[in-house]
Design a protein around this ligand. Structure first.
Ligand code: ASP
Length: 333
């Protein structure tokens, strides 16, 4: 059993701009475990790592599963189901912003320790897309189901259809439509983001990951972002580590972002540095990078973690903090 002394931290990349990227939950660890220069670091287990402040609630849900010796996959699914069901979170599941036609369409994917994966995209009227993605992984020979086919599969699996458009989300959409009906979707930036991505490492040393979103607000009908794309929005390799992404999905897809983060860790880069290098690749591939927000978080098989992002208004040159400088609000579970 792990030490009961656990900690939860919400870290901000560029705290001055109030941009929390990463929430972590892990046993209290010796400094050496986060030192990339140390050869043999003591493995830290278990760990739950999520994007944004919403990740704190997800981590709280996942933690008892991990702490009692449960499987990383069960923990990661249980964790992200919390923001999926929370109507106050306008970028995931119920209460998520609709597309420009007023439909809430959901993208999600999940990966386990064996590299198995499942994904759903452009899924409507199902509260927990992450659980449908898991069923795709476990109950079908496929990786990805989309649109009506994904919904039909979910219903056949016992999921109920329900309206996911809350009155608040509908009112915001109507206001946006009145003011911006002739323009394209707004870019994903600090006011319009919040995909929940989550990575877990269990007591057996196994990793899993999940990513779930309602996608870019007021997107074109039919648009699918990075979040359900294995390798872009999420990637897990049990021999190395896992990564998940948040922000402007088109930019992440162009760089195959999360696969890149994991490959960089495979080459020996610690998680924080791997995320930074992947952000640099996003910058290379996206000339409009100063107008978009993109972030990665990563967790390696030793339990080390990190995150890095770009966002409009940030001075890229100063955004190279060490993870320990990012701790914003440490608190006990
Ligand atoms: N990555 C998501 C997408 O492009 C958006 C987000 O992170 O909020 O659909």
């Amino acid at each position: 059993m792990p030490d009961r002394r656990t900690f939860l931290k919400s870290s901000a990349l560029g705290a001055a701009a109030g941009l929390p990227l990463l929430a972590a939950c892990a046993p209290e660890t010796p400094d050496v475990a986060q030192d990339p220069d140390e050869g043999a670091v003591a493995p830290i287990r278990p760990v739950a790592l999520s994007t944004w402040n919403h990740g704190l609630a997800a981590n709280r849900e996942a933690w008892p599963i991990l702490e009692s010796g449960g499987r990383a996959l069960d923990a990661v699914e249980a964790g992200v189901r919390v923001p999926e069901a929370d109507p106050a979170i306008t970028s995931v599941g119920y209460g998520g912003a609709p597309d420009r036609e007023g439909h809430v369409t959901l993208d999600a994917c999940i990966m386990d320790e064996a590299g198995r994966c499942g994904s759903v995209a452009f899924l409507r009227e199902i509260l927990h897309p992450i659980s449908v993605a898991r069923r795709v992984m476990e109950e079908t020979p496929h990786v990805m189901l989309v649109g009506q086919g994904a919904q039909d599969f979910a219903v056949a699996q016992g999921f109920e259809r329900q309206n996911l458009l809350t009155p608040e989300a509908e009112a915001n959409w109507r206001t946006w439509l009145e003011r911006n009906g002739e323009t394209g979707p707004p870019p994903v930036n600090t006011e319009n983001h919040d995909t929940i991505g989550m990575l877990t490492l269990d007591m057996d040393g196994n990793l899993s990951g999940a990513c779930t979103t309602s996608g870019a607000a007021y997107k074109l009908h039919g648009r699918v972002g990075d979040s359900p794309i294995i390798g872009a929005g999420l990637y897990v390799d049990n021999a190395v580590g896992g990564a998940t992404a948040t922000g402007w999905g088109e930019a992440v897809i162009r760089a195959v972002g999360c696969f890149l983060v994991v490959e960089l860790m495979r080459q020996g880069h610690p998680p924080q540095e791997a995320c930074r290098l992947a952000v640099e690749r996003v910058i290379e591939k996206n000339p409009d990078w100063q107008e978009i927000q993109v972030g990665f978080i990563a967790l390696d098989r030793q339990g080390r973690y990190g995150g890095y992002c770009i966002a409009p208004g940030f001075d890229y040159a100063v955004k190279t903090p060490d993870i320990d400088e990012l701790v914003d609000a440490p608190s006990r579970l």
